[in-house]
Write a protein that binds this ligand. Sequence first.
Ligand code: SF4
Length: 450
Amino acid sequence: MGLTGIQIYKLLPQTNCKECGDPTCLAFAMKLAAGKAELDKCPYVSEESKAKLSEASAPPIRDVTLGQGDAAWKVGGETVKYRHEKTFVNPTAIVVALSNEQSADDVDTQLKYLNEQSFERVGKILAPNWAFLWDQKKDQASFLDLVKKVGGATEKGIIVSSEDVATLKAAAEALKGKKFAIHPVTKDNADDLIAFAKEVGAVPVAQGDTLEDLAAVGEKIVAAGLKEALLDTGWKGIRETVTANIAIRRAALDKKFRPLGFPTIAFPCAMTQDVELQATYAALLIDKYAGAVVVSTLDPAVTYPLLVNRLNIYTDPQRPMTMDQGIYEINNPGPDSPVIVTTNFALTYFVVSAEVEASRVPTWLLIMDTEGMSVLTAWSAGKFVADAIAPFVKKSGITEKVNHRKLIIPGYVAQISGELQEELGEGWEVVIGTREAADIPKFLKDYVGQ
Ligand code: SF4
């Protein structure tokens, strides 16, 4: 267990210099104890104290990275149970299970999904992350073929899984130079595999029939000084797995129980053959703390909802996603092109810009900073109103780009058109646009007479 706030305080300089951003050393110590501050914020800690404190200041749930370069994906490192306390930081890895019982075509299809599949949503690129390679056939030769094939085809994270320790070691040799994980590390093989993982730089994935067994393996991992590990909570059905994930998160955060202070990996693919149900279980596990979820297919029908669910869970609930304020050019607009103004709520931007793009009408889109509020919310909060929009439009630089003075506003704020026209001044014309983004293409085509 980590040190208490008072124990940490005794190791700090106790000068209350405030450089860490806290008013006193004690306040900083309390934050460290709660895993809500980093030790390096205090520049005056002695080396001796640093060594003692490094364990206490480590995040209550360690982070784990698998994969190389741009394809590396980090999970864990979470410090809270609920996202209204603080944003969850490292999104759950979406993992595909591949085995030496699968046909080469199946493996190729899934590998292609893993490497090439990506979706853009609200300006973020979403993609699956790791492969879980399973020696289902209990046959070293065919398993090594699979490991070499996948290892040679992707830089994304790989977990190798075999009940045979010799096969795992041979697989590790084939993945030399990569950041990978080995599974399962159980109470029976822990001594051998933890030492091996340490030697080759692999991440051990602990497995146990009960939480106690899992903690016993975790304890050996901590004792060996390994900073990265995963905890396999997928030994039973969805109910037990969710319960285990919650128990582990509580043990790690509330009790600072280091042996369970690692991200979890869960296996919806082992719970049901029904792919839709797998996706549902995976979504639930993303919501309830899984560091990684393993599914049997990365078919977009499974991946897309999971990635969107993940995006929603791992964004800051206190800060809406926003776009930068400014002028956005869509379909190569010119001096005669229409000008639309709307708010900087990211979803508003992406829905509106997609419809403008689909219309093929060259258009200037003015995005106004409304602190990420959508049109009606910003209007009711007094942020998307005439006396705010008019100065923004005039200062935006749009008047230097167009030879007209017509401004299209969202149909939902039609009531501000008169006042806005007055605020903009003589020569300006305010045009009421559509209420729904879906009606934009027709509106724009009619507007420019196409
Ligand atoms: S920077 Fe260090 S010495 Fe200064 S108040 Fe913070 S903890 Fe204390």
